[in-house]
Design a protein around this ligand. Structure first.
Ligand code: ZN
Length: 414
C-alpha cells in the first residue's frame, strides 16, 4: 500500500473516531441516493434495466389480394363500415368458414355481408362464434332491427357456439325487446334452419353433442379449439359481460413438428385471462387478436408471457372517445387520449413481444372530441398461409408504431 493511501486511511479513521454520527449519516445518505438512482434507472429503463428488443420474428411477407382465395388458410379482421370499435373475424379453410363475432352496430350488416360474400360462395358458414352479448360483437349477427337481414338470417349456419353466461335480459326495463332479445330471436331462427347451437361450456365438457375440437379440413390439419376459462361455469358478478367471452384457439399443423397457433379471446379481461392461462396449456402464438380492442384491462402480462405473440391484430376505431373519458379542464388531452383504444398501457405490454401490431380503423375527431368520421388504418387485415404466413391489408401494411397517428398520440416503449 502506498504511503499516500495509508495517510488517507489514517485520516478517515481519525474522522470516523471523532465524528461517528456524521460518518454514519453520510453513509445513509449515500445509500438512499443509490436506491433512488436505481429506482429512477428502473422506471426509465436505463442501463441494466434497458428493455430487451422484442425477439426477431423474421420477415412477414406482404401478400397479394388475389392469392388469398387460393390460400389453405386465411384469417380476416374486418373493417365494419363505421367509427365504432367492434369485432368481426372471418376464418377460411378451403370451403369451410368460421365467423367469430359480427359487430359493431346493426348498420355494419351490409359491410360485413359484402365482405363475407367475397370468400363464402356457398352461402354456408360452417361455424359461427358469438363471444359475448355486447352489441359490438353481435349486432351484425342480428342485422337491422325487425328486418331479419343479419348474418344468422342470411347464411345457413352449421354450428353456432355462444357464450355460456350473460346478465342481459331479452326485454329491457321498459318492457321492450332488447338487443339481446333480438339476438335470441336470430339464434332461434338459425336453429329452425338446422344450426346446432351450443354454449362454450357445452363444448368444453362435450355434452349434448357439442365438441371442444372441430376440424376445418378433411386432413384434420386445421382445428378450431374451444378453450376453457372459469366464467363458462361461474357468474362474473355485477354487470360485466366481457369475461363471459368464448375463447378459441385455431391450430394449423404445418408439418409433423410444427404447428401455427392463432388465439381469439373476445373481450376477456384480466381475471378471465388469468383463468385462461391456468386452465389451458397455451402455446406460443403466431397471431393474437388484441383483447377487448386494445383496452388497458385486456392483453395482460400473464397472457402475453405465455403466448408470446408474433403478430397482433386489433379491431377498433383508433383514438375515438367512444370508450374513454373526454378531456376537460382538469383532465388534459395529453393524458385523456392515452386511454382511447388501443391504449398506451396495452401497447406497452405488447411491445415486449412484437412491433407487428395492426389496427383496422382510425377515427377522425372534431374539436369537441366527438367522432366526425373514420378512415382505414390498416383496413381489412388478412393473414393467410400460402407456403408461408403472409399479410395483406386493404389499406397498407404499416405497423402501428410507424403510423402517423401513433407518432402523434402514443410512445413506443419497446
Ligand atoms: Zn367489444
Amino acid at each position: 500500500m502506498s504511503s499516500r493511501k495509508k495517510k488517507v486511511e489514517r485520516a478517515a479513521k481519525k474522522v470516523a473516531k471523532k465524528y461517528p454520527k456524521v460518518f454514519i449519516t453520510l453513509v445513509i445518505i449515500l445509500l438512499v441516493a443509490a436506491i433512488i438512482l436505481l429506482a429512477v434507472m428502473y422506471v426509465k429503463k436505463w442501463g441494466p434495466f434497458k428493455v430487451m428488443a422484442p425477439p426477431d420474428h423474421g420477415t412477414l411477407l406482404d401478400g397479394d389480394e388475389a392469392e388469398i382465395a387460393e390460400a389453405g388458410l386465411s384469417i380476416h379482421f374486418l373493417e365494419l363500415g363505421n367509427a365504432n370499435a367492434g369485432d368481426c373475424t372471418l376464418i377460411k379453410c378451403g370451403n369451410t368458414e368460421v365467423l367469430i363475432d359480427a359487430g359493431s352496430k346493426t348498420n355494419s350488416t351490409q359491410t360485413v355481408k359484402e365482405y363475407i360474400n367475397k370468400y363464402c360462395t356457398d352461402g354456408i358458414l360452417e361455424y359461427v362464434v358469438a363471444t359475448h352479448a355486447h352489441e359490438d360483437h353481435i349486432a351484425a349477427l342480428i342485422g337491422e332491427l325487425n328486418k331479419n337481414n343479419g348474418i344468422l338470417y342470411s347464411y345457413k349456419v352449421g354450428t353456432l357456439i355462444q357464450f355460456a353466461g350473460t346478465h342481459k335480459e331479452p326485454l329491457n326495463n321498459k318492457g321492450n325487446k332488447s338487443l339481446y332479445g333480438y339476438y335470441c330471436d336470430a339464434v332461434e331462427y338459425a336453429k329452425t334452419q338446422g344450426a346446432a347451437v351450443y354454449t362454450a361450456k357445452q363444448c368444453w365438457y362435450e355434452t349434448d353433442g357439442a365438441k371442444k375440437q372441430y376440424f376445418l379440413d378433411e386432413n384434420n390439419t386445421v382445428s378450431l379449439n374451444v378453450l376453457y376459462q372459469k366464467y363458462y361455469d361461474t357468474d362474473t358478478s355485477g354487470t360485466d359481460e366481457n369475461d363471459y367471452s368464448v375463447c378459441t384457439l385455431l391450430t394449423q399443423q404445418i408439418d409433423e413438428n410444427t404447428a401455427y397457433n392463432y388465439l381469439f379471446t373476445g373481450d376477456l379481461e384480466k381475471k378471465g385471462e388469468e383463468s385462461l392461462v391456468e386452465s389451458n396449456s397455451l402455446p406460443q402464438c403466431k397471431l393474437f387478436k388484441g383483447g377487448h380492442h386494445g383496452s388497458s384491462t385486456s392483453s395482460n402480462d400473464v397472457l402475453l408471457e405465455k403466448i408470446k405473440p408474433e403478430n397482433i391484430a386489433i379491431c377498433t376505431c383508433a383514438g375515438t372517445y367512444e370508450y374513454a373519458k373526454k378531456p376537460n379542464a382538469e383532465f388534459p388531452e395529453s393524458q385523456a387520449k392515452l386511454s382511447t383504444f388501443p391504449t398506451q398501457k396495452a401497447l406497452d405490454r405488447m411491445a415486449k413481444y412484437t412491433d407487428r401490431i395492426y389496427v383496422t380503423t382510425l377515427g377522425i375527431l372534431k374539436d369537441d372530441y366527438s367522432t366526425e368520421t373514420f378512415v382505414s388504418m390498416n383496413g381489412n387485415i388478412v393473414f393467410y398461409y400460402k407456403d408461408e404466413l403472409k399479410l395483406y391489408c386493404s389499406n397498407n401494411t404499416t405497423v402501428l408504431k410507424d403510423s402517423e397517428w401513433f407518432k402523434a398520440n402514443r410512445t413506443w416503449n419497446g
